[in-house]
Design a protein around this ligand. Structure first.
Ligand code: C2E
Ligand code: MG
Ligand code: MG
Length: 649
C-alpha cells in the first residue's frame, strides 16, 4: 500500500497544530473544538497508517492480527467522530451554538449517531459484521460498515444544510472552505475506493483542514486590547446572526452613567486598565452564574452581553449580580472609583426584531437612562412615561409649538424685609394631549439641542410681557416678574432688539422684567452675553443669577456683570441642618452681600428653613432678602396665581 499520503497527512496536522499554538488560539469553545477535530484526525491517520503498515510488512501471526484489529478500531472510532465534531465546530464557529443547545431533538440525534456507531463498532468484536481481519492479516469490509456511511451521511447533510441556511451570516471565504471540506473528502473516498492501495482519504481531509485553518479567525483577534471585551464590529455581526435566525436571544446593556467623569478622573491609560478590569469582572460574574455569553464594548461606557441561552431567569440573575457589584466603590491602584451603572435586558426577536431598531435603541439608551438602578426589562423601560416623552420630545415640542401647548405658571417670591410677596418667577409648562403636563426639567435641554428653545423663549417673553401689561397684574403690587433664560437665548444676537420690541408693544416699564441667567450662560461666550446683559440692563431690565452653588462659579464674572439678585439653589441650602454646611451658606451670603448683591433662597419647603433665614435678618450684612418655595406657594397658572395674590390682601 502507498503509505506516503498518511505520512503527509500526519505532517500537515502537526503543522496546523503548531500554527494554531503560535497564533495563540488557546481559549474558547471554537478553538477547543478545532483542537478536538485535529486530535481525532491525528489518531485516525496514525491508526490508518499503522493498520496499512501491519498488513504490508507484518508477519502473519495472531499478535499482528490483534494489532490490526486494534488499529482498525481506533481508525473507525476516531474517523466516525470527525463529522459530528465538525458539525459542532461549524455551529460554534458561525456563532450559532445557542441554536444547537436549544434543540433537544437535534442533540439527541447527534448523540444517537455517535452511540450507534460505537455500539456497532464494539459489536464487531463479538461478531465481525463491520470488518474482518483474516489469519493472513488481510483487512476485509463487511456489510455492517454501511451504518457508518449512513450516520456520516446524516452529519454531512445536516452540516451542509447549516452552511446553506446561515450562508448570509458567514463570511464568504470561510463559507467556501467550510463547504470545500465535503467535496474534497468525497474525492478522497472515491479515489481510495477505486485505488484501494492509495490511502488518500485522511490526506485530503487534512488538506481541507489546512485550508480552513488559514481563514479561521482567532477568538483573541475579536477582543479589543483597550477594553478586554469583544469589539464593536463583532457585536454587529453577532446581532445580525441571531436576528436572521429568529432564535430567541437575550441582550443585556450595561451603561456606566458617569463614564465621562470616570474618564476625566482616571486619564487615558488608567481608563483602559479600568475598562479591562470591568470586562474581566463581568466575565467572571458570568462564569459564576454559569451564563454562557459574549461581552462586547460598544462605546462611551456602554457594554453589551449577548447570551447564548434563551433563559431570562439566568440573564436576570447575572444582571442583578452586576448591579450589586457596582454598589460599592472599586479600588483601582491608588484610586477608588464609584461607577454608576444602569442595566436593561431585552429579548430578540420578541422585544426588537431588526438590527436598525436595536442599534437606535442602544444609542437612545445612552441618552435616556433609566432613573432606577434596578435591572430594567425592555418593555417596562420603553413604556415608562419619562422614556416615551424623552424619546418623542422633538415631536412633542413641535406639536406644542403648533397647537399652543405651552402655558406660563407663576410662583411668588417673598421679601423678608417687606414681609410680603414682592415678585414672582415665571415657569413654563407644556401640556401635551398624550402625556398631559410635562415639566421643563424634561424638555428644556432637548429644546436647547434641537434649537426649539428660541421659539419657546420668544413665547415665554411675549406671554410674560402680556401678563405684566394686563389689568389684573397692576393690582397685585408686584415689583417684577422673573423670567428664566436659557444659555442659547442669552447668546441670541438679536435678543436686545427682541426685548425692546416687546417692551414697546406692551408699553411696559422695563424694571418690571427681571431676567434669570445661569452660571453656565454667564461663562459661555463673554462677548455676546456681556453685550446682551449690559445693553438690556441699560434699558432698565434687572438680572438675577439662578442656581448659584450648583456648578463652578466664576466669581469674578459674577462681580463684573450687573446682577442684582443671586439665587441660592435648593441643593445648596438643603444641607443646612449640618452645622458645617450652615456656616458655608452664611459665609456665602455674607460674601455676596459684600459684593453688593441681594440674595434669594430657592426651594424653601419647611417652616424651620424660613425661620433660620429670617432670623439672620435681611438688613444686616449676613442676611438674605428673599425666599421662594413650596412653603409659600407652588407655581400656579396665571389665573390661579392672580387669585392667590389677591387673597393676600
Ligand atoms: P429653576 O429656575 O431653578 O426653577 C426652580 C424649580 O424648582 C422649578 O421647577 C420650580 O417649580 C421648582 N420649585 C419651586 N419651589 C420649590 C420647592 O420648594 N421645592 C422643590 N423641590 N422645587 C421647587 P420647574 O418649573 O420644573 O423648572 C425647572 C427648571 O427648568 C428651572 O429651574 C429652569 O431652569 C427651567 N425653566 C423653567 N421654566 C423655564 C422657562 O420658561 N424658560 C427656560 N429657559 N427655562 C425654564
Ligand atoms: Mg429660575
Ligand atoms: Mg434655580
Amino acid at each position: 500500500m502507498i503509505l506516503y499520503y498518511d505520512v503527509c497527512a500526519i505532517i500537515i496536522i502537526i503543522l496546523i497544530v503548531i500554527s494554531c499554538v503560535l497564533k495563540k488560539m488557546m481559549h474558547g469553545r471554537t478553538n477547543g473544538l478545532f483542537y478536538l477535530l485535529l486530535l481525532c484526525m491525528m489518531i485516525a491517520t496514525v491508526a490508518d497508517f499503522a493498520g496499512a503498515y501491519i498488513q504490508d510488512f507484518g508477519a502473519h501471526n495472531e499478535m499482528n492480527r490483534m494489532a490490526e484489529y486494534m488499529a482498525q478500531y481506533f481508525y473507525f472510532g476516531m474517523h466516525n467522530l470527525l463529522l459530528p465534531v465538525y458539525m459542532m465546530f461549524v455551529y460554534s464557529n458561525i456563532g450559532m451554538w445557542h441554536d444547537f443547545k436549544k434543540r433537544n431533538a437535534l442533540q439527541a440525534v447527534w448523540w444517537g449517531g455517535i452511540i450507534l456507531n460505537m455500539v456497532v463498532l464494539l459489536s464487531n468484536a463479538v461478531y465481525p459484521w463491520v470488518f474482518y481481519v483474516t489469519s493472513e492479516v488481510e483487512y476485509e469490509r463487511r456489510a455492517g460498515i454501511v451504518i457508518f456511511y449512513l450516520t456520516a451521511a446524516f452529519y454531512m447533510i445536516y452540516t451542509l444544510y447549516l452552511l446553506g441556511r446561515y450562508r448570509r451570516i458567514i463570511k464568504r471565504d470561510k463559507l467556501i472552505v467550510m463547504f470545500l471540506l465535503f467535496p474534497i473528502t468525497c474525492i478522497g473516498i472515491t479515489i481510495q475506493a477505486i485505488l484501494p492501495t492509495h490511502l488518500v482519504e485522511m490526506f485530503m481531509i487534512s488538506v481541507a483542514t489546512l485550508l480552513f485553518s488559514l481563514v479561521i479567525r482567532r477568538e483573541e483577534e475579536q477582543l479589543d486590547p483597550q477594553t478586554g471585551a469583544r469589539k464593536y464590529s463583532g457585536a454587529h455581526e453577532r446581532v445580525k446572526n441571531f436576528l436572521s435566525t429568529g432564535v430567541p436571544t437575550y441582550v443585556l446593556l450595561i451603561k456606566f452613567v458617569n463614564y465621562r467623569n470616570i474618564r476625566m478622573y482616571l486619564g487615558h491609560e488608567l481608563l483602559s486598565e479600568f475598562l479591562r478590569e470591568q470586562s474581566s469582572r463581568m466575565n467572571g460574574i458570568a462564569r459564576e452564574c454559569s451564563l454562557e455569553g459574549e461581552l462586547y464594548y460598544l462605546e462611551d461606557g456602554l457594554y453589551c452581553v449577548i447570551s447564548e441561552s434563551a433563559d431570562y431567569e439566568l440573564m436576570h440573575l447575572f444582571a442583578t449580580r452586576i448591579r450589586d457589584y457596582y454598589f460599592d466603590k472599586l479600588p483601582l491602584r491608588s484610586f477608588s472609583v464609584l461607577a454608576d451603572v444602569r442595566l436593561c435586558i431585552l429579548c430578540c426577536p420578541e422585544d426588537i426584531d431588526n438590527y436598525n431598531t436595536l442599534y437606535t435603541f442602544c444609542s437612545t439608551f445612552h441618552k435616556i437612562l433609566p432613573e432606577t438602578k434596578e435591572v430594567m426589562h425592555y418593555p417596562d423601560y420603553v413604556n415608562n412615561r419619562d422614556f416615551k416623552i424623552k424619546n418623542e420630545l422633538d415631536d412633542i415640542i413641535n406639536r406644542a409649538i403648533g397647537s399652543h401647548g405651552f402655558e406660563m405658571y407663576y410662583q411668588p417670591i417673598y421679601s423678608i424685609i417687606e414681609k410680603r410677596f414682592v415678585a414672582a418667577e415665571a415657569f413654563i409648562r407644556l401640556r401635551d394631549d398624550n402625556y398631559g403636563m410635562i415639566s421643563p426639567g424634561l424638555f428644556i435641554e432637548a429644546a436647547e439641542i434641537s434649537g426649539a428653545i428660541h421659539t419657546i423663549g420668544d413665547f415665554v417673553l411675549d406671554d410674560v410681557c402680556r401678563f405684566i401689561s394686563s389689568d389684573p397684574f397692576a393690582g397685585l403690587g408686584l415689583e417684577c416678574i422673573e423670567v428664566n433664560m436659557s444659555t442659547s437665548q442669552c447668546l441670541e444676537m438679536n435678543l436686545v432688539e427682541k426685548v425692546e420690541g416687546l417692551l414697546k408693544r406692551y408699553s411696559l416699564n422695563p424694571s418690571l422684567l427681571s431676567l434669570e441667567v445661569t452660571e453656565s450662560a454667564v461663562d459661555f461666550d463673554p462677548d455676546v452675553v456681556d453685550h446682551n446683559i449690559n445693553r438690556l440692563n441699560e434699558l432698565g431690565i434687572r438680572f438675577s443669577l439662578d442656581d448659584y452653588g450648583t456648578g463652578y462659579s466664576n466669581v469674578r464674572r459674577v462681580t463684573t456683570l450687573p446682577i442684582e439678585i443671586v439665587k441660592l439653589d435648593k441643593t445648596f441650602v438643603d444641607g443646612i441642618d449640618d452645622p458645617q454646611m450652615w456656616i458655608m451658606v452664611q459665609e456665602t451670603i455674607k460674601m455676596l452681600k459684600q459684593m453688593g448683591k441681594k440674595v434669594l433662597v430657592e426651594g424653601v419647603e419647611e417652616e424651620k428653613v424660613v425661620k433660620k433665614f429670617t432670623d439672620l435678618g435681611a438688613d444686616y450684612i449676613q442676611g438674605c432678602e428673599y425666599l421662594q418655595g413650596y412653603y409659600f406657594c407652588r407655581p400656579l397658572p396665571e389665573k390661579s396665581f392672580v387669585e392667590f395674590m389677591q387673597k393676600q390682601g
